[in-house]
Structure formats: structure tokens, C-alpha cells
Write a protein that binds this ligand. Structure first.
Ligand code: C2E
Ligand code: MG
Ligand code: MG
Length: 838
């Protein structure tokens, strides 16, 4: 009893036990009956059971009745409720087996039928017995009694049966349960009862023959009724199924119509662009939004091809997408395509595509939903631009440059025979100076102007980027070789040198450029930039305004700066550094006036390391103070020795270079004074050389310091003059004794050249401020003659002498001493251009 609750279970048991007891009681009552009676009971019961197999369904309901009731009612009238109860129980068993698979129903139904029949049958019998006593006509009474009984029986049975589901659902029994399903079924019962009463009465008059004669008639009537109703039922269910189908089809058509209406309305009034496009790409229909988006003609755009409104690069993407949809791939992906408006402007569209067949027409086509994503794409590309570009110059930034470089490296390594590329690392030489002295807006303008110059020089396929500050990088592609890169670097220098007008001031820029090439076999952008930077650093250190090409030996020299720093510190501690002295001569007489002390370092494994390399290392690692002190002391002592050799050398001077960090050291004046005193030198015989850049970078601090040095009597010279950005007002305020024109001007000196004009201006400026003008880097007689003509006072350069070590200076001085007369200290005969020593 899976779905029976406690009440229903109790009720079931009650019914089954009562029914069972009643049937036992009936069997007990029937036992003494005669054989004839038993035969009638068996026959009647059998008829009832057979008839139970052929129920007649009541029209319009799920209920049915059988002709079996006629025989049961007849048995009731003939032999009393006991016989009828047994027959009805057996007939109910047949019915339950036919209609239900549940054993609970198959047991309970016969029990209920037995209870209902025994109860109502006993009442009928009592009623008929009572009626007979009242003297009413027996036949009419029998008929009416049978009808009343049938109704009572039907109701009793109905209630007993209905109780089960009510109890299961915990619902109270309602009055409707007694009459609810009455109607035709009740009438059928009443009819059966009438027939039974009629047979009973006939039997009483004509004997059992009347019943036997009536049985086939009843059987035929009921059988044909059964089959007629079965057929009707089948026809009815077919009709119902057809009706349902027709109703569904009608509903479907209505739905289709309304969905089509909805679709058309959605299509026409949609705020996004929509189009139906044939499989060959022709626009079949376009809504108003799409017409506006693409500027399609108002008339039906039938003969237009969708791809004629696409940018060339988008056509293949659309074709692939349409093919995907045509192949039945339903997954909606969507693509973004660049479209062309009729007026030529670009429109970015997000396009979703599906296949579509208009109901009825059967011809499939594409349905495209397109919406304008131009604003988003613009914002994205702006963001992208901001992320990858420098906003001052508009050039790609370091990040972007890295990407370009990475793809160039990847291409080169994937295609061994591919065209080489080169990278130029460019650092503007005077940016800091301009920024500090003229202000940031001038600095920005300078950078912008420089960026413009650089981009004008390179080829369209090259990438120029601003890496930060005053650093730029150029990726030169398309198979450029070393000669090409050198030429490019020269062109860049020339372009930058062209005067720029910043805040009304004419500025000529120079840059230190480091070059490296893909032939080295780089694996990462970092490596390329590191080497180009190294080469740039070397260019800067060897006097700026020049370029250096990276080679592996350079890498070996500087790759491991930390090792170099440690080596330098050790060399200083062990006093392994040496000094070379380069003579300076008087331009008018050719007489030796002094020397410039130049530091030299012979590295145990690297060999000669240029001061251009190790001086910055010393500055950065903090050992410059020690280095300067060493040079100062040694050079001063050496000069004192040379001065002491002969009175003719008593006025020789020593020029010593100092670094920016020396000035910042706090006790610089003290250190200089100690060196001079330690060597017992007159302070006036020492000249401190400070590069123009150092001076300008630390102008405020330098001023006080220079005043103190001046007071001490030490000479001051501005080295590499012309490469920095000194203003006249600054120079006139500083206690400077000489200006040393940068080697780059001398190098490119030619009659009527720009360099000649610059030198003439420097000489004019220097002399007007009562300062000597020194020219360094003189390598040719022509340069010497021109510089003399331009009015320079002192000369220095390989033409006169290369830097010499102590011993070489000794023999140099010896040779001078061997000469006699007034011009005994003359190194060179200016007029005859003959060099006497060197
Ligand atoms: P600088 O002070 O301008 O020194 C002149 C440089 O030009 C020297 O290079 C010298 O050898 C080179 N030179 C002289 N005449 C000629 C010539 O006719 N042609 C060419 N091509 N070069 C010539 P060096 O010795 O390599 O020194 C480079 C720079 O290193 C120096 O430039 C100076 O700024 C720095 N330096 C050298 N020694 C010291 C030092 O002891 N202390 C500091 N702080 N800096 C030093
Ligand atoms: Mg110098
Ligand atoms: Mg110099």
C-alpha cells in the first residue's frame, strides 16, 4: 500500500474485513439451499461476470456499467441479498481486474460491492416484506423497490469507493460524493433494476423459460451496445485527436502570423541595423537604422553587395563568418568589422549573423544584426595610443618600442637569411642644461623639436621612440648594414645641429648615439637596448656629440660594471693608476706653457681602459674623490719636480681635470690646497679643469667654490667649452681664467665654416671677459694656423704632442733644454710650422 496513509489503510482493512465477513455469512446462508437454487445462483453469477467483461461506457463520462447488474438484481429478487452479494463481489472482482492493476483495488472492490449489495439488498427485502403487509400491489412494489434499491446500491457503492481517495488525500466526505457522479450511470442502474424486476415478475408468471428467452436478447442488446459504444469511443478519440491537431495547427498558424508581424515590426523599428542578405552577399532588405549607419539608398537596396560597404581588410573576415553560419554552426560569435559609410567615413560595426528562412518562401538567407561600435573602438584606440605613446612627442614609448624590437628579433631568429636590423640609442647632450637654465617648458619644446628632427631623418619603415627623458631609440629595419647605420647617425647629428629656436633662443643640439646590430644575435629587446645604451654611454664619455658602434669587446669592458668598479677601487688602493701629461703651448710663441694631467688605467685583463669609461665608473661608485686626490697630488709633485729641473721650466703649469662629484665633496678647496702645499707648488701653477656641463649643472654651488679656489690662487679653466649651454652672464660672474674650446669644433674646423664662426665668437667672448682661450685636439698644421688666426691663446693636441708618461716628459724636457737661446722652451716654430720636440 505505497500511497495509503494511516486512515486510508484503516479504512481499507475495515472494508475488506467487513466484506469478507459478509461473504462468509452469505456463504453460510446459501449453503442449505437446493441444487436448483444453486444452479440459478451459479448461472446468474456467471452471466454477471461475463457481462462484466463487456462494460458499456456512459456517454461523456469515464464511468461505465455492465449488464451484469441485471442478473445480480434478479438474483437479489429471487434468492435474497446473500446470493446477490456473492454475485456482485465476483462481478466487482472481474471489473477490478479489468480496470486496475493494483492488488488493493482488486481485493477492496469485491468487498465493497458485497457490503453495498448486502446492506441495500437487505433493506429492499425488508421494504418488500413490509409493503406486502400493507396490501399494495406486489408487482408495482417490486418494480419501484428494485429501482429505489438500485439507486441506493449505486450510492452506497459510490460512497464506499470514493472514501479511499478522499482518505488518502485527507479530504472530508462531501454530499456531492453521493450524487456527484449520478446522472446517466444512476439511470443505467435504475434501468438494469427495472429489467431485473421485469424478468423477475415474468419468471413468477411464466417460469424460468421467460428468463432464458430474455437472456440472448439482453446479451445481444448489450453486446452490440458494448461494441457500438466501443466503436463510438474509438471514433470519438480519433475525432478528438484530429480536433486537437487542427486546433494546434491553427494555433501554430496564428503564432506564425503574429511572430512574423512581431519580426517585421522588430526588424523595421529596431534601433540596431538589421539586414537580410542572400547567400551570394546581396542585401535583400535593410532596416532604417542600417540605412542610416551605412548611408544606404532609401529605395530598396536590392542590387547592393554588402561587401561594397566594407573596408578591404574586413571582407575576408565577413566571408569566413558567413561561411561558418552557412555550414550550420549555430554558436553565435559575432565579429567586428570596419565598414565604409557611403560618404567615405569609417564605421566600426559589431556583426552577429544567423541563417534565416522566411516562412513559406523556403529560400534561406543570412540575417545580420549590426551595431555601431565606432565610439568604443575609438576610445580603445585612444587608450591604446596613450598606453603605447609618449604624450609629449607623440612617439611610441619604451613599451611599444620593446614590442617592435621583440617582433624584429623574432622575425630575425625565425628567418636566418632575413635582412638585418639596427638600433640607435640616442641621448641628447644638453637637455638637462636647457631644462635647468631655461625652464621645463623650454625643455619640453626642445624635446619636441628634437623628436621632429629625428623622425624627419629616418625612413618611413623605421621606428622612432622616446624611451624617457632625453633618450630616444630608433629601430632601423629593412636590411640596413653598419655603414648605413653610421650614415644614419651622421645624418641625425647634422639634423640636430641645425639651430632650433626655443623661447627666442637659438639652440643647436647634439646627441651621443650608440649603435648595435642584429648580427650580434640578440634574444631579447633588453639585450639590444643594453648594448646600444653601452655604446651610447661610450660615445658620451668620449666627448659627446658622436656615435659609437657596439662591439663585443666594448661589452666585455662594461658589461659587468660591478666587476669594473671593484677592479678600479683596487687599482686606486694599490696606486696602479698612472698619469700621462699632454703639453700645452703658447699659440703666439710656440713656447711650452704647461701640461694637462690625464689619468690612465691599465687593467690586468682588459688592457688599456679609456678614462672616458672609467671616470664615469669612478663617479658613480664614489671613488672619484680618491682618484682626483691621487692625480692632484701626483701631478703637483711631478710639476714641482719638473719646475725644479731648470729655471726655464719654473713657470710651467699643470692642468688637472676634476669631476662634478669633486665639487660636491664638501672639502674640495681643502683637498686642492693640500695637494698644492704638499708639493710645495705655487697655487697659481695649478689649473683646475671643469667641463662646461659640470659647471652649469652645479652653478650655484660652484660659484662659491670657484671663488674660494680663485682666492687660493688656483687657475680655473672651463673644459669642453661650447658643448654645454653657458650664458655670457654666468661666465662674467665666475672667476674663470680660461676657456678650453671643445675638440669637436677643432675637428671640423675649415675656413668660413660654422665651427670657425663659433670659435671666433668664443675667442671674442673670452677676450672681452679677460679670459685666455685654449684650443685642444689640434691634429693638423691647418687647424693650428687657423686657430692662431682666430686668436686662440694656447694650443694642445696630437700635432704638438700626444699625452706622455713621466719618462717621456723627462726626455721631452731634456730635448728642450738642449736647445738654447730665447726660444729655448718653444715646442714648435709657429712660423715655419716646424715641431722641435714631440
Ligand atoms: P679632456 O679633459 O678634454 O682631455 C682631452 C682628451 O683629448 C684626452 O683624452 C686626450 O688624450 C685627448 N686628446 C688630446 N689631443 C687630442 C687630439 O689631437 N686628437 C684627439 N682625438 N684627442 C686628443 P683622454 O685622455 O682619453 O681623456 C678623456 C677625458 O677623460 C678627458 O677629456 C677628461 O674629461 C677625462 N679625464 C681624463 N683624465 C681625468 C682625470 O684625471 N680626472 C677627471 N675627472 N677626468 C679625466
Ligand atoms: Mg681636460
Ligand atoms: Mg676637453
Amino acid at each position: 500500500m505505497p500511497d495509503y496513509n494511516r486512515k486510508a489503510t484503516f479504512y481499507w482493512w475495515l472494508v475488506v474485513i467487513c466484506g469478507g465477513l459478509i461473504l462468509v455469512h452469505c456463504a453460510h446462508q446459501l449453503a442449505p439451499m437446493s441444487d436448483t437454487v444453486w444452479l440459478q445462483i451459479v448461472l446468474g453469477t456467471s452471466m454477471a461476470m461475463i457481462a462484466g467483461l463487456m462494460p458499456v461506457r456512459v456517454a461523456g463520462s469515464t464511468n461505465s456499467f455492465t449488464a451484469g447488474e441485471i442478473f445480480i438484481f434478479l438474483l437479489l429478487l429471487l434468492h435474497g441479498p446473500a446470493a446477490a452479494a456473492v454475485a456482485s463481489a465476483l462481478e466487482a472482482l472481474v471489473g477490478a481486474c479489468r480496470t486496475s492493476k493494483r492488488w488493493t483495488s482488486r481485493i477492496a472492490s469485491p468487498a465493497m460491492a458485497a457490503i453495498a449489495m448486502f446492506g441495500t439488498g437487505s433493506l429492499l427485502q425488508a421494504g418488500l416484506d413490509l409493503g406486502a403487509k400493507d396490501g399494495l400491489t406486489a408487482d408495482l412494489l417490486t418494480l419501484l423497490g428494485a429501482i429505489a434499491f438500485a439507486i441506493a446500491y449505486f450510492m452506497a457503492n459510490t460512497v464506499l469507493v470514493t472514501m479511499v481517495p478522499r482518505l488518502k488525500r485527507n479530504e472530508p466526505l462531501r454530499l456531492r460524493d453521493f450524487f456527484g457522479s449520478f446522472g446517466w450511470l444512476g439511470v443505467a442502474y435504475a434501468g438494469n433494476a427495472s429489467v431485473a424486476a421485469f424478468l423477475f415478475l415474468n419468471m413468477k408468471q411464466s417460469g424460468v423459460v421467460a428468463v432464458i428467452a430474455a437472456v440472448p436478447i439482453i446479451a445481444i442488446l448489450l453486446t452490440s451496445g458494448h461494441f457500438f459504444f466501443r466503436r463510438e469511443e474509438a471514433a470519438e478519440s480519433v475525432r478528438k485527436a484530429n480536433d486537437a491537431k487542427a486546433e494546434q495547427a491553427a494555433r501554430h498558424v496564428l503564432e506564425l502570423e503574429s511572430s512574423e508581424r512581431r519580426f517585421h515590426s522588430a526588424f523595421t523599428h529596431a534601433s540596431i541595423g538589421m539586414a537580410l542578405v542572400s547567400f551570394n552577399g546581396t542585401i535583400l532588405q535593410a532596416n532604417q537604422s542600417l540605412r542610416t549607419l551605412l548611408g544606404l539608398p532609401e529605395a530598396d537596396p536590392h542590387s547592393l553587395l554588402l561587401r561594397s560597404y566594407l573596408a578591404p581588410e574586413s571582407i575576408a573576415i565577413l566571408d569566413a563568418e558567413l561561411e561558418r553560419v552557412r555550414d550550420g554552426q549555430r554558436q553565435v560569435r559575432g565579429v567586428e568589422l570596419l565598414c565604409r559609410h557611403q560618404n567615405g567615413s569609417d564605421v566600426w560595426m559589431a556583426i552577429h549573423c544567423g541563417s534565416f528562412a522566411e516562412p513559406g518562401s523556403g529560400e534561406p538567407c543570412f540575417i545580420l544584426q549590426m551595431h555601431d561600435v565606432s565610439a568604443r573602438r575609438r576610445a580603445e584606440s585612444e587608450l591604446q595610443h596613450i598606453a603605447f605613446h609618449d604624450n609629449l612627442t607623440g612617439l611610441p614609448n619604451r613599451h611599444r618600442f620593446h614590442e617592435h624590437l621583440a617582433s624584429a628579433i623574432e622575425f630575425a631568429s625565425g628567418n636566418p637569411g632575413s635582412r638585418p636590423f639596427g638600433v640607435l640609442f640616442l641621448d641628447l647632450d644638453r637637455f638637462k642644461l636647457i631644462n635647468d637654465s631655461m625652464g621645463h617648458s623650454a625643455g619640453d619644446a626642445f624635446l619636441q623639436a628634437a623628436a621632429l628632427r629625428i623622425t624627419r631623418v629616418v625612413r618611413p619603415s623605421d621606428v622612432v621612440a622616446r624611451l624617457g627623458g632625453d633618450e630616444f631609440a630608433i629601430l632601423a629595419r629593412d636590411g640596413i648594414d653598419e655603414a648605413g647605420l653610421r650614415e644614419l647617425a651622421n645624418r641625425l647629428q647634422l639634423a640636430l645641429r641645425e639651430p632650433m629656436h626655443i623661447d627666442g633662443v637659438e639652440i643647436s643640439a647634439t646627441a651621443s648615439i650608440g649603435i648595435t646590430m642584429s648580427s650580434i644575435g640578440y634574444q631579447s629587446p633588453e639585450e639590444v637596448l643594453r648594448d646600444a645604451d653601452t655604446a651610447m654611454y661610450k660615445a658620451k664619455a668620449s666627448g659627446k656629440a658622436r656615435f659609437e658602434v657596439f662591439d663585443v669587446s666594448l661589452h666585455a669592458q662594461v658589461a659587468n660594471r660591478l666587476v669594473l668598479e671593484a677592479d678600479l677601487r683596487r687599482a686606486l688602493a694599490e696606486e696602479k693608476l698612472t698619469i700621462q701629461y699632454q703639453p700645452l703651448i703658447d699659440m703666439k710663441s710656440g713656447a711650452l706653457v704647461g701640461f694637462e694631467a690625464l689619468a690612465r688605467w691599465h687593467h690586468p685583463t682588459l688592457g688599456h681602459v679609456s678614462p672616458a669609461l672609467f671616470i664615469p665608473v669612478a663617479e658613480e661608485s664614489g671613488s672619484i674623490i680618491q682618484l682626483t686626490d691621487f692625480i692632484l697630488r701626483r701631478a703637483c709633485r711631478q710639476l714641482a719636480k719638473w719646475q725644479a729641473r731648470n729655471p726655464r721650466f719654473a713657470e710651467l703649469t699643470m692642468h688637472v681635470n676634476v669631476a662634478g662629484n669633486d665639487l660636491a665633496s664638501g672639502n674640495f678647496v681643502q683637498r686642492v690646497s693640500d695637494a698644492v702645499m704638499g708639493a710645495r707648488l705655487r697655487a697659481g701653477h695649478l689649473t683646475i679643469e671643469l667641463t662646461e656641463n659640470i659647471l652649469m649643472e652645479r652653478l650655484e654651488a660652484a660659484k662659491m667654490l670657484l671663488d674660494q679656489l680663485h682666492e687660493l690662487g688656483v687657475g680655473l679653466s672651463v673644459d669642453d667649452f661650447g658643448t654645454g649651454y653657458s650664458s655670457l652672464s654666468h661666465l662674467s660672474n665666475l672667476p674663470i681664467d680660461s676657456l678650453k674650446i671643445d675638440r669637436s669644433f677643432v675637428e671640423n674646423l675649415a675656413a668660413d665654416s660654422k665651427e670657425a664662426a663659433v670659435i671666433r665668437a668664443i675667442v671674442l667672448l673670452g677676450h672681452s671677459l679677460d679670459k685666455q682661450v685654449v684650443a685642444e685636439g689640434i691634429e693638423t698644421q691647418d687647424q693650428l694656423a687657423q686657430l692662431r688666426e682666430l686668436g686662440c691663446d694656447v694650443a694642445q693636441g696630437y700635432l704638438i704632442s700626444r699625452p706622455l708618461d713621466e719618462a717621456a716628459v723627462d726626455s721631452f724636457l731634456d730635448r728642450l733644454l738642449r736647445r738654447s737661446g730665447e726660444a729655448a722652451t718653444n715646442v714648435i716654430d709657429i712660423r715655419s710650422r716646424a715641431t722641435f720636440v714631440g
